[in-house]
Design a protein around this ligand. Structure first.
Ligand code: GMT
Length: 377
């Protein structure tokens, strides 16, 4: 039986938006009818698929409103689409405001819809500490029919921080193996970026928020650079970008650090890389680690949040303590100067993703959740 599913997420750049969009696309490929109910077209939606519909949430900018009522407009759009399209369920990504809006929509529909909420991280690990939101987050979670979290650790954090009485089902994130794989013959691309043959390439991709600790990435690279020939690719954009540029200048490593901004074809870029760094202080999963490993790039991450569920320490990469740039550099240099070990880590990384995080397996887990939720109707 195919289902009609409404999906709401933050449609702009960000792991939660990526996961929600990729999930919608893969469900559509399996024959389900997917209705994205979002503020703009999800950026990863890509090519046309007849099973995918997009409903834009339009907000009234009436001059009396100091703040346009986006949450109410979203709830009302969810209810309108669910009723007209006869949706079976709403799958919302991020507790605030999406889960709360879904609860409101459900009330508008006299309870005739089911809600699945997926927690992605900062909705709990950052916003959960905000007293103006925490009770609302708790409410959205407790009133959802099923709640999933992208890691076991995020489940534990949620239960503890919000003192919640609700079963939470951990469902790991996934990668689309048709997009994330290592491309051979990447000499041309290396040349484009002026990377010499003897140089190893280290990469960091993020939205450059404070939690990502970009400065640790740059300081680690500076130490690595002292020991060997290497380039650092910084991909993405965000509030810490200016600070990052200044630090690169202060450390006099401008010639070896390339700021590439936001990029679309990340799989191709990963294919010229030898190591990925993710040194965040909070990270509920670290989707970008999976994307890197799927492209045969070993990773060094901080051993916090959900990262230990993604990296196999000493096999697909390494874990270090937050802020320990010396340890990052030591492990990176040891790996990057030992080609036999590097190749082994590359192979381990690809195999680990194939065995544990392939889209087909994870998408079926979500389908099973939907079916068991709807079976009693
Ligand atoms: O990491 C970010 O800043 C973006 C954030 C988001 O809300 O999209 O990512 C969160 O969700 C991703 C997908 O589930 C996870 O891979 C990230 O680890 C998580 N970010 C944090 O927990 C900081």
């Amino acid at each position: 039986m195919t289902l009609k599913i409404g999906i709401t997420c933050y449609p702009t750049v960000g792991g939660s938006g990526v996961v929600a969009t990729e999930l919608g696309k893969l469900l559509a490929e399996k024959g389900h009818e997917i209705h994205f109910i979002t503020s703009s077209l999800p950026f990863r939606l890509g090519k046309f698929n007849p099973n995918i519909y997009f409903h834009e949430v339009e907000v009234n900018h009436y001059s009396v409103f100091k703040y346009p009522p986006y949450d109410l407009a979203l709830a009302s759009k969810m209810a309108e689409v669910a009723k007209r399209e006869k949706l079976d369920l709403l799958h919302v990504h991020y507790a605030v405001p999406h889960a709360v809006c879904a609860v409101l929509a459900k009330q508008l529909l006299n309870d005739k819809i089911k809600i699945v909420t997926t927690l992605h991280g900062t909705d709990i690990t950052v916003l959960g500490y905000d007293p103006s939101l925490s009770e609302m987050i708790k409410f959205g979670i407790e009133k959802s029919d099923v709640v999933t979290s992208v890691s076991h650790q995020l489940k534990e954090d949620t239960l503890q921080l919000l003192n919640i009485n609700k079963n939470i089902v951990p469902v790991h994130n996934f990668v689309d193996e048709r997009v994330y794989y290592r491309r051979d013959n990447n000499a041309e691309l290396r040349k484009t970026y002026g990377i010499e043959e003897d140089e190893k390439v280290i990469v960091h991709i993020s939205n450059f928020r404070k939690v990502k600790r970009i400065q640790d990435v740059i300081r680690s690279f500076s130490l690595i650079r002292k020991a060997m020939a290497a380039k650092l690719l910084l991909i993405g954009n965000g509030p810490e970008l200016t600070v990052a540029c200044e630090l690169v200048r202060d450390l006099r490593i401008e010639d070896d650090v390339l700021f590439l901004g936001k990029q679309e074809n990340v799989g191709e870029l990963f294919s010229i890389c030898d190591l990925k760094l993710l040194l965040s202080e909070k990270e509920s999963f670290g989707l970008v680690l999976l994307e890197a490993m799927a492209c045969g790039v070993p990773v060094i991450g901080t051993g916090i949040g959900g990262i230990p569920e993604v990296i196999v320490d000493g096999e697909t990469g390494y874990m270090v303590e937050v802020g320990d740039t010396k340890a990052v550099a030591e492990k990176a240099v040891a790996l990057l100067t030992d080609n036999e070990k590097l190749n082994r880590f590359r192979e381990n990384a690809v195999r680990h993703v194939k065995e544990n995080f392939l889209s087909e397996r994870i998408v079926s887990v979500y389908e099973d959740i939907y079916y068991s939720l709807l079976k009693d109707q």
